[in-house]
Design a protein around this ligand. Structure first.
Ligand SMILES: Nc1ncnc2c1ncn2[C@@H]1O[C@H](COP(=O)(O)OP(=O)(O)OP(=O)(O)O)[C@@H](O)[C@H]1O
Length: 212
């Protein structure tokens, strides 16, 4: 479960949001919507531990997350819009790298987990390919596999359907639902309302649900 209490963020003197309160239960999918420039990416970067909050708390499965913008743990897995895959590594290597470096998994353990995740996400045939050889939808699923390999308490996606065709969007919906059935808690920042409708258990609207 993710609990957000009284979260606030300003850039200099400009308040982007304040008194933000939110609870996402295990296995729930929360969609985060709102007009352009309202603060969704800012919020996601705070959740990811990349940007400091000015005030508030974020508690994941009973553990307070660092909100100084300098988090070292891997409690939150984030799938960014540009995927940030390592271009010099194969798909499987992309998935294997961080668990070995951060969780000190052996190469054999990391390989076994990567094989399983790639199979779950329909990417077994792409395991030895490089990111430049993949479609947008395949890159998206590699980014999801790579995030899941770190066994995060929550997964957060930034605009996961942007640039995807209808078939790839359907596939992302299927992946999110599959993870939801496994009890994975997920946050989805999106402009795509039909997509939000298809995956979300509940919606947080930055246009109306926060103070500023
Ligand atoms: N580093 C920064 N310094 C100052 N202001 C910023 C900074 N980053 C973002 N902002 C401002 O904060 C506001 C929220 O930006 P943010 O990118 O979070 O919005 P968004 O809801 O994700 O928009 P979009 O849907 O267009 O991506 C915007 O007005 C933006 O100009």
């Amino acid at each position: 479960m993710l609990e957000i209490k009284n979260l606030a963020k300003s850039y200099d003197t400009r308040t982007i949001f304040k008194n933000m309160n939110l609870t996402v239960n295990d296995g729930e999918v929360l969609s985060i919507v709102g007009p352009s420039g309202i603060g969704k990416t800012t919020f996601l970067r705070i959740v990811a531990g990349l940007l400091p909050a000015n005030d508030g708390e974020m508690i994941l499965n009973g553990e307070a997350l660092d909100l100084t913008g300098d988090r070292t743990g891997a409690q939150v897995g984030v799938i960014f819009q540009d995927f940030n895959l390592f271009p010099q590594y194969t798909v499987k290597e992309n998935v294997m790298l961080a668990p070995q470096l951060v969780h000190h998994e052996t190469k054999a353990e990391a390989a076994e987990n990567a094989d399983r995740l790639l199979q779950d996400l329909g990417l077994t045939a792409q395991a030895d390919q490089y990111p430049f050889q993949l479609s947008g939808g395949q890159k998206q699923r590699v980014a999801i596999a790579r995030a899941l390999a770190m066994k995060p308490g929550i997964l957060a996606y930034d605009e996961p359907t942007s640039g995807l065709d209808a078939e790839s969007t359907e596939r992302v919906i299927a992946v999110i639902k599959q993870l939801q059935a496994q009890g994975v808690t997920q946050l989805v920042v999106t402009h795509d309302l039909p997509f939000a409708e298809a995956v979300a258990d509940k919606t947080f609207d930055f246009g109306t649900d926060v103070e500023r």
